[in-house]
Design a protein around this ligand. Structure first.
Ligand SMILES: Cc1cc2nc3c(=O)[nH]c(=O)nc-3n(C[C@H](O)[C@H](O)[C@H](O)COP(=O)(O)OP(=O)(O)OC[C@H]3O[C@@H](n4cnc5c(N)ncnc54)[C@H](O)[C@@H]3O)c2cc1C
Ligand code: SF4
Length: 488
């Protein structure tokens, strides 16, 4: 245990400061200031090593949180990255982007602020990269078996790294022009700079994982060809089919899905020449009155991006009522709490509007100019319009950020003829194998829209399933089973 009196000495939870808004809006870089090792060690000392660490259960990866808190407190940084990498291939992603369900289930959180687990995680991995401790770990022996991984988001990358290290010959196919899935083209630079992906890909390539971009499996490479070229397949194509809002006026120009809008900003930061005749990316918020429909994280990413592009105004609409300031009674400890959250993007401006429903998009000359909106209230589990609450809000750009309904039912899924669940995701057994022998699935494609931490956990578990299928047994860890894991 780090310090038996740590949580009594350091009663306050500390997290890094966010950089001043006017500064960070100008440079797109990550929003957090550096955090000193001394402060971090005091925070790690707040961990009580409580005997039944609920944080283990809270983390889908089963991260060994009390162990690395203790090692950081004792200045044993090298050991701490060994323990962290034992359960998590990419702590630099989760340490920046995870909503930290572990912290929601921290025992200290019952009557004090929880331990800053996520910050300890990211500092361990950033320090390890700085010290040169993250090196390629190629396998000692090769199995001669070939595995195709379709999709290069966190699920595909985790599966690929595990399988390569187990000695298999792994190729990751990605239809986009760069590797990374939503980490690359969904999540904005200000939440995670893309250099973190590139640094990890260098390690993976040096270990032997092969990457092929610009290959849409099911179109550019037929599933028959893939099945004959590879001994096993991992489907990690994500849940990219976005939920739409089919109301009058949806066909107007200026209304886009979040994932039609966000990638352009990332491309600009990556140095791509994406500008049109007016010197702007094809879809930009510059000078526009923006309305984002959807109050979740994707909506917040659109908000932060719109402000950085120089929007004239931004409103973010949410149909649900404003959540409570503190943990709701419906989500008691140690569950992940429903409560009002202010992300870095919300701090930067814009107006959040709760309990509103958009009835119609109003257009002029084929372009959206306003939204017809009304307030709603929940009655007997259904939204009902509040009579007399109609209003119109002018807009030049509307962004739909209402989530994703599941994987695209394209050439890949249709031609493989894998069975789907009643929610339209790819069905899998406890080894993450689909209804087609030798074809496995991991991440959002099987689980539905979820989180990076789940994608990595599923990638690791699917890799164990593939290894067992190919070799008859596997020593790879399988952190979760679909039937046991709660769906979030
Ligand atoms: C805007 C946005 C922000 C988010 N922010 C967060 C966050 O802050 N924290 C968090 O935990 N989660 C976040 N999420 C959710 C998280 O990104 C996903 O849960 C996670 O990326 C899923 O990983 P995945 O590997 O299953 O799929 P993805 O990351 O979606 O990757 C799938 C990849 O497969 C490729 N592909 C699909 N079909 C084919 C094919 N036929 N051939 C070749 N390639 C194919 C796609 O091009 C894509 O690159 C966010 C999601 C969005 C949309
Ligand atoms: S991956 Fe997420 S849940 Fe797990 S320890 Fe890190 S922040 Fe917590």
């Amino acid at each position: 245990m780090a310090d038996p009196r740590g949580f009594l000495k350091h009663t306050h939870r500390e997290t890094p400061q966010r950089r001043p808004v006017d500064l960070r809006l100008r440079d797109w870089k990550e929003v957090y200031e550096d955090f000193s090792h001394e402060t971090l060690q005091n925070q790690a000392a707040r961990c009580m090593d409580c005997g039944i660490p609920f944080c283990h259960n809270g983390c889908p990866l089963g991260n060994l949180i009390p162990e690395w808190n203790d090692l950081v407190f004792r200045d044993r940084w090298r050991d701490s990255i060994e323990r962290l990498h034992a359960t998590n291939n990419f702590p630099e992603f989760t340490g920046r982007l995870c909503p930290a369900p572990c912290e929601a289930s921290c025992v200290l959180g019952i009557n004090q602020d929880p331990v800053t687990i996520k910050q300890v995680e990211v500092e361990i991995i950033d320090n390890a990269f700085k010290e040169g401790w993250v090196v390629p770990l190629p396998p000692d022996r090769l199995t001669g078996k070939k595995v195709a991984v379709v999709g290069s988001g966190p699920a595909g990358l985790a599966a690929a790294q595990q399988l390569t290290r187990a000695g298999h010959d792994v190729t990751v196919f990605e239809r986009a022009d760069r590797i990374g899935g939503l980490l690359r083209y969904g999540i904005p630079e200000f939440k995670m700079e893309k250099r973190h992906i590139d640094r990890r890909l260098e390690q993976m390539a040096a270990e032997g994982t092969k990457f092929q971009t610009g290959v849409n499996v099911g179109v550019d490479l037929t599933v028959e060809q893939m099945r004959s070229d590879f001994d096993a397949v991992v489907l990690a194509g994500g849940a990219t089919d976005a939920r739409d809002l089919p109301i009058p006026g949806r066909e107007l120009d200026g209304i886009h899905q979040a994932m039609e809008f966000l990638p352009w900003a990332n491309r600009v930061q990556l140095g791509d020449s994406v500008v049109g005749e007016d010197g702007q990316p094809p879809i930009t918020a510059k000078g526009k009155r923006v309305v984002i429909i959807g109050g979740g994280d994707t909506g917040a990413d659109c908000l932060g991006t719109s402000h950085r592009q120089g929007a004239a105004s931004v409103h973010q609409f949410e149909i649900m009522p404003r959540p409570p300031e503190t943990r709701a009674d419906t989500t008691p400890w140690p569950t992940y709490p429903l409560m009002y959250r202010v992300s870095s993007a919300h701090e930067e401006g814009g107006e959040r509007v709760f309990s509103v429903n958009t009835e119609e998009f109003i257009g002029k000359d084929g372009h959206v100019v306003a939204l017809k909106v009304n307030e709603v209230e929940m009655k007997a589990g259904k939204f009902e319009k509040v009579e007399g609450s109609d209003f119109e809000l002018e807009a030049d750009l509307v962004l739909l950020a209402m989530g994703f309904v599941g994987p695209e039912k394209s050439g890949l899924i249709n031609n493989l003829r894998v069975e789907l669940t009643d929610r339209g995701n790819v069905k899998r057994d406890d080894d993450f194998q689909t209804s087609v022998p030798g074809v496995f699935v991991a991440g959002d494609m099987g689980r539905g829209q979820s989180l990076i931490v789940w994608a990595i956990a599923e990638g690791r578990a699917a890799a164990a399933g593939v290894d067992k299928y190919l070799m008859g047994h596997s020593a790879l860890p399988a952190p979760i089973r679909p039937t046991a894991a709660p769906q979030r």
